[in-house]
Design a protein. Sequence first.
Length: 376
Amino acid sequence: MTSMMLPTRQDFYAPTREPVVDGMPGFVKQPGRPVERVSGRMTDANGDINAQDLKDLAFRINSIQAMAGKEINSGFGDPAEQKRVIQAKADRHHELRAAFHAQDDRMKVMGEVFAEDVWETMNRQGFTPTLVARKDIVDNTDNRVKKRRKDITAFQVINDAEGIAQIVEQAYIYPEEYYLQCQVLIEERELAQAGPEFLDQKFQDALEAVMVRQDRILRSLLVATAGVFNAPISFATFTPQVLTALRTQVASNGIPAAHMLFAFDLWDDMIADPSFTAWWEPVHKYQLIMEGRLGSLLNMKLITDGFRYETLRVLQPGEIFVLGTPVSLGQRGVRREVQATEINHYPLGAPRRGFYLMGIESLFVEDRAVAVGTRL
């Protein structure tokens, strides 16, 4: 029912550069072919999701979400595919060990590609790049944002991700900047004992430290807006009436409701109510499902973190946010994209090498463009 054809891109493993699905290292696919190439209950021979109607498709998505929380790079039961995936991991692990012990620039190059892949995954899977507008900040300039209205409260990040409210009393606000940073350290003994999944695990650790931190900052600001202008809504069961009330809070301020960010446990309520199924416009590509974008409802794009690994999830159970368009919701000022610097502790007497990842950003959101709901 839904197409699963995906564009290929390159992963962070130099120099093998195996094509992978974004954000899922080791989940290999051949260029121009479906991600899943075997028949089964979930998909047909073309890789399309088997579903009789929208309600059935919603149940299938539930199954995919359960699958996404497990190891998904097993080849889906195809022995030839499993063998190829295992061999690709072994090759990448061999290249990592070779770069680790080399005295040339191979470790530096691997770190640069690693950081590039982390940054790309953040921009594809992370909430923040999707939900708020981006502004690139150049050096020797202040990061200031002009506001037309002064009867609003803006929430910004200060003191390394501590959020505060700022009453807008002038034409400009000045969001504070903070670091997105982490160290990816590889100890020689650890590398000698590790298996082919070692670099995959380091990639997930980096995402947990950088992408999850960015999304947690955004979530904390969204939660802080509750009750400032739009009253928070509590509910026992998520119903169309609850969704309409949240959407109306944003729309009544003259702001189009563009996104619905929600914890995946609310999906069961949406499946149970036929009104949701009637409104739902499902996603048509498997890639979007794996990025947590399920389609649209009442012209709002549905976004969840339920398809991430458990360590990469941000939302609390029962949470839902109806948000305005990115330009009305807030702004993410980017002064430095995430970049890598090689780390070598051998001269210091420690057998470790790796990468230091660092980016500089700022973030603020406005209260009028946020409606918050919570399950009791």
